[in-house]
Write a protein that binds this ligand. Structure first.
Ligand code: CA
Length: 257
């Protein structure tokens, strides 16, 4: 009896562990800005991100952390991406793990070599963070089954309730209408609370890198968001301006409303 119970506790722990593991993504990328962009975009999806700036460090992390997916740059200092791809595939624990190559080299030969070495997908730079996240999720689903949605599809705090899958927002139980972009901006803020973002970062992460809009556009959207969600949009407490830097979603203020 006792042994049986102990075993089932162990099994539950193993299941919880494997769910957690399936959210672990390793990014091997030598360019710091791209690494950070990937980290922000993937963390927004509830994924845990490990990062390595070269292939050898990446391989060490593969062995130690057993990530559920690897995003791999090709042009790396030292050992190149193709060789790293081959070595990852040669690891016994990594035969099922999806590898997504992300490279500035967009030629067909590179894609073919990548596939032959066992990569599952090939994205080219510059890339849209949203598209990349969608590819990562698709690969994770294909390899490991549905990992479950990011932390929660419903956000409820203080007077705000957001249903991310239905695109519905309620403030004080009243439905509030948003444009799609406003909703996405709100979603971004809510998923990254209490952190300051510059206008350029918000443009990149919410609008995508290929849209040619001015940073002022962010201000316009923030104003519209404030009109809908703030008690007093002349004195905002939820989306606050951090002077000289950008904007921050001040989640703590929801505790008081
Ligand atoms: Ca590179």
């Amino acid at each position: 009896m006792w042994r049986c119970r102990a075993r089932s506790r162990g099994a539950n722990a193993a299941m919880a562990e494997s769910r957690r593991e399936r959210r672990k993504v390793l990014v091997i990328e030598d360019e710091r800005d791209i690494r950070e962009l990937l980290r922000i975009a993937l963390e927004a999806e509830g994924l845990q991100v490990l990062a390595a700036e070269d292939g050898e460090l990446g391989l060490a992390l593969v062995r130690r952390e057993r990530p559920a997916l690897v995003v791999l740059d090709l042009m790396l200092p030292g050992v190149g991406g193709f060789e790293i791809c081959r070595r990852i595939r040669a690891e016994e624990s990594m035969t099922r793990v999806p590898i997504l190559i992300l490279s500035a080299r967009s030629g067909e030969p590179d894609k073919i070599v990548g596939r032959e070495l066992g990569a599952d997908d090939y994205g080219t730079k510059p890339f849209s963070p949203r598209e990349l996240v969608a590819r990562v999720r698709a690969l994770l689903r294909r390899a490991w089954g549905d990992p479950g949605e990011a932390p929660s599809e419903i956000y409820r705090k203080g007077s705000i309730e957001i249903d991310f899958s239905a695109y519905e927002v309620r403030i004080d139980n009243q439905r509030v209408e948003f444009s799609l972009r406003e909703f996405e901006l709100l979603r971004f803020f809510v998923k990254h609370p209490n952190r300051v973002y510059e206008r350029g970062q918000l443009l990149e992460l919410v609008w995508g890198p290929d849209t040619f809009v001015e940073p002022r556009t962010v201000d316009v959207h923030v104003r519209r968001l404030r009109r809908r969600i703030e008690r007093d949009d002349a004195d905002p407490e939820l989306i606050v301006t951090v002077r000289g830097v950008g904007y921050m979603f001040n989640e703590r203020s929801l505790e008081a409303r």
